[in-house]
Design a protein around this ligand. Structure first.
Ligand code: ZN
Length: 363
């Protein structure tokens, strides 16, 4: 099924990095035992390259993610009612969390990571984690195209989400029906995970648990960034958003993926080619970008027929990334969700980038 060949990594640098990472990230441990690495010898180009396909390779993550946050003493029961201030400065009072409808995949992931998944009565179609739970819950459709009727039909006592949820009319209709709607900001920054975790935990009446999870996630992000600092030669990384041949876009600056690539020690080749936000992929952009590695979402790679299909896109096969078949494919919520697993996703990216340019920066 998976088109990539995997081999054990043997360089000293790779072993060192692996040990660094194994110390703190379950996700990386899974990644590194399941898949090896790419060309570090610099001799013959490999037939195929590593693709840390998170959702298929990192299965252990789904059973023991940072979900294992123990309730802190004295906070076993949610303390309600509670009033939170949403991203537009409005006060929202929550009296019951008995039936939560979560509007966004990252918010759903946070609720489960806080150990409150049993209260979730409905999720949106971007909610893919934890997979075994989100698959079986009632689905309210896509986060940006919600309908009030579908949500209200689930009899929610709390509707919670982030600013990607909409349209605003649907949310207004839910408020008008008397259901509290708590919406948090979701800036494309590495502060977003902790910020959203704190907001959700407050709204659920478990602020201390939120502090613990936020601190844990922030620590993972900081560790990943320390690793990224060791990459002496940042690889040029081109992120492509693909939906078959219809939608093929390049990510530039001012995007969450730009934040992730940069924090993981790479250079966003799209931003370097002068692109801001997203722009259609063209041979000119590919030639200007000359990526060392191409980063895609798993679903996007699937939609173009895997690595071989990807490399038929004009220009790509002639780039350094194309010649070496250096393609990284990750799950979208994992890579872009800015949620509880963002530190792990950053670490995965850092390892992949490091193996492309394995020189260690001397302190
Ligand atoms: Zn979001």
């Amino acid at each position: 099924m998976t088109p990539w060949r995997r081999s054990r990594h043997s360089s000293a640098a790779g072993r060192w990095l692996r040990q660094m990472v194994l110390g703190f990230s379950l996700a990386c441990a899974a990644l590194l035992t399941a898949c090896g690495a790419s060309s570090s010898s610099g001799v013959a180009p490999p037939a195929a390259t590593i693709v840390p396909a998170a959702s298929s390779l990192l299965t252990p993550v789904s059973v023991s993610p940072p979900n294992a946050v123990e309730p802190v003493p004295g906070e076993a029961e949610p303390q309600l009612p509670v009033t939170v201030v949403d991203y537009q400065g409005e006060q929202v009072t929550i009296t019951s969390i008995e039936r939560i409808v979560s509007l966004n995949g990252d918010i759903t992931e946070i609720i489960f990571a806080l150990g409150m998944g049993e209260y979730v009565a409905g999720v949106d179609s971007s909610a893919t984690y934890p997979p075994e739970r989100t698959k079986t819950l009632p689905n309210i459709g896509y986060q940006r195209r919600l309908s009030a009727e579908g949500i209200l039909a689930l009899n929610p006592t709390l509707v919670i989400g982030d600013e990607a949820a909409g349209p605003p009319e649907a949310l207004a209709q839910i408020r008008a029906a008397g259901v509290p709607v708590a919406i948090t900001a979701d800036p494309p920054t590495l502060e977003a995970p902790a910020q959203k975790i704190r907001f959700v935990a407050q709204a659920l009446g478990i602020p201390q648990r939120g502090e613990r999870l936020a601190a844990q996630v922030d620590a993972e992000i900081a560790r990943a960034r320390d690793l990224a600092n060791r990459i002496a030669t940042p690889p040029h990384v081109l992120f492509l958003y693909l939906r078959g041949t219809d939608v093929q876009q390049v990510a530039g600056g001012d995007t969450p993926i730009d934040v992730m690539i940069t924090a993981a020690g790479g250079l966003n080749a799209g931003a370097e080619a002068g692109i801001v936000q997203f722009k259609p992929l063209s041979p000119e952009v590919v030639i200007a970008a000359q990526p060392d590695v191409i980063l895609v979402l798993e679903k996007g790679l699937e939609s173009v027929g895997g690595v071989d299909g990807l490399l038929t896109i004009p220009g790509l096969a002639d780039t350094p990334a194309g010649k070496q078949r250096r393609i990284i494919a990750l799950d979208d919520l994992y890579l872009l969700g800015m949620g509880p697993r963002t530190g792990q996703a950053l670490a995965d990216l850092t390892i992949a980038f490091y193996e492309i340019a394995p020189q260690e920066k001397r302190p």
